[in-house]
Design a protein around this ligand. Structure first.
Ligand code: FAD
Length: 383
């Protein structure tokens, strides 16, 4: 059941905090190309990561709906897409530990992530991101530990993260060799960065993580040897629907600004709000925002219920998230006319939005997953 609206106070609390922290520092962090660690710590202190975690592992015994409410508040109040993309990466990591971790793993890693450390999920390599089975990071077994060597690329928080889920292969495990390791990025043999020069989202630094003979205890395998792909698909499912939640919450205040401008700006003796083509642009953005928001709530509901449709719904949400972010930010740019096209908040919003057609899986990969899931779920036609 969708019970989102019972968490309004959480959303308001985090919106106010983000307006006072993330929003105020976003411009400086964009110029400096860095994650706003100060705001990150303030969000952590306010308990954002504790919301969905059981108290036995340091959490507040809430639900992922509570986290989503807080996340919406941060997206709306902070108005910095990049900061929120960094949060998405960490949320997936936390859910992986809760879902696939052992009690020992949860007790060790969760308190670190709940209290201000930054996490990353490192799948992509130079060999490609869409087809994760092409990864080459090797994890050789030495009894009670593994030695990891590889090169991860384009990883959100990669240059600054403290811990990461690293997808590697255990060669002696044959066909089912893809395995997920929880790695302390302060360990010997790790090199992070440099920060990549991207078109947007500078407050969510991406970059490589190099692993050179990194020793990882066998007890830090998440989901068992060979269980990496299943755990990763579950992790990215949450990430995907969070893109949808983010798209709607981030665009809400932007569309409010657009609407206000249509009342204030005049053309042909009337406010431009009176022109039906302008109304059409604004309502198209609104349709997309609401569809994305509600399909994302539906996807979260499916995921939490363990529904057979969950993977498909999360891809539907991610697909709409990127398209809606593109449409919503382009709408702002168009309605503001030349003011929108000048380098400033609206060009920045569009550049940031474009990153989401790649990050979290491309639009093509969402289509592919939706089609595959439709086939899997199809009821065979009666003979
Ligand atoms: C802002 C940002 C943040 C990122 N953060 C992370 C992160 O935290 N962790 C991480 O592991 N990666 C991260 N990435 C990398 C991202 O996941 C990959 O870039 C993405 O999966 C695509 O991989 P690729 O760039 O190698 O393109 P490729 O996989 O080489 O694909 C190239 C093109 O071919 C298309 N294509 C490929 N296969 C098919 C197919 N079967 N059918 C149709 N089209 C296909 C793709 O859609 C794409 O258009 C991030 C990327 C960005 C932009």
């Amino acid at each position: 059941m969708i019970r989102h609206f019972s968490e309004l106070d959480i959303r308001d609390r985090f919106a106010a905090l983000a307006a006072d922290t993330v929003a105020k520092r976003a411009e400086a962090c964009t110029k400096e190309g860095r994650l706003d660690r100060e705001s990150w710590q303030e969000m952590s202190n306010a308990g954002v990561w504790r919301l969905a975690v059981p108290s036995k592992w340091g959490g507040d015994d809430g639900t992922w709906w509570d986290f989503v409410a807080a996340f919406e508040g941060i997206a709306t109040g902070g108005r910095d897409l990049g900061f929120c993309l960094s949060m998405v990466a960490q949320a997936g990591l936390i859910r992986s530990l809760i879902t696939y971790g052992t009690d020992e793993q949860r007790a060790y890693w969760l308190p670190r992530l709940l209290n201000g450390e930054v996490g990353a999920t490192a799948l992509t390599e130079t060999t490609g991101g869409s087809d994760v089975t092409r990864i080459r990071t090797a994890a050789t077994s030495h009894g009670d530990h593994y030695v990891l060597t590889g090169h991860k690329d384009h990883i959100t928080n990669g240059p600054v993260a403290d811990v990461a889920l690293i997808l590697g292969r255990v060669p002696e495990h044959g066909d089912r060799d893809i395995t997920l390791f929880m790695v302390d990025l302060h360990a010997e043999g790790i090199q992070q960065g440099p920060v990549e020069d991207m078109m947007g989202n500078q407050t969510s630094p991406t970059g490589p993580i190099l692993l050179d003979q990194v020793v990882v205890d066998a007890k830090n395998i998440i989901g068992g040897v060979g269980g990496g792909l299943e755990a990763v698909y579950n992790t990215i499912s949450l990430d995907r629907l969070l893109y949808g939640i983010l798209a709607a919450a981030y665009l809400d205040p932007l569309l409010d600004e657009v609407l206000a401008y249509t009342e204030q700006r005049h053309a042909f003796n009337v406010p431009i709000a009176e022109h039906q083509y302008v109304q059409g642009r604004v309502t198209d953005a609104k349709f997309a925002i609401e569809a994305t928001r509600w399909v994302s709530y539906g996807a979260l509901d499916s995921l939490l219920q363990g529904s057979a449709q969950a993977s498909m719904m999360c891809s539907v949400a991610k697909y709409h998230a990127a398209e809606t972010l593109k449409l919503g930010t382009e709408t702002a740019l168009r309605v503001f006319g030349h003011l929108g096209y000048m380098e400033g908040p609206y060009t920045k919003a569009l550049k940031d939005a474009l990153g989401t057609v790649i990050a979290g899986g491309t639009a093509e990969m969402q289509r592919k997953n939706v089609f595959n899931q439709m086939r899997r779920l199809a009821v065979p036609a009666a003979a």
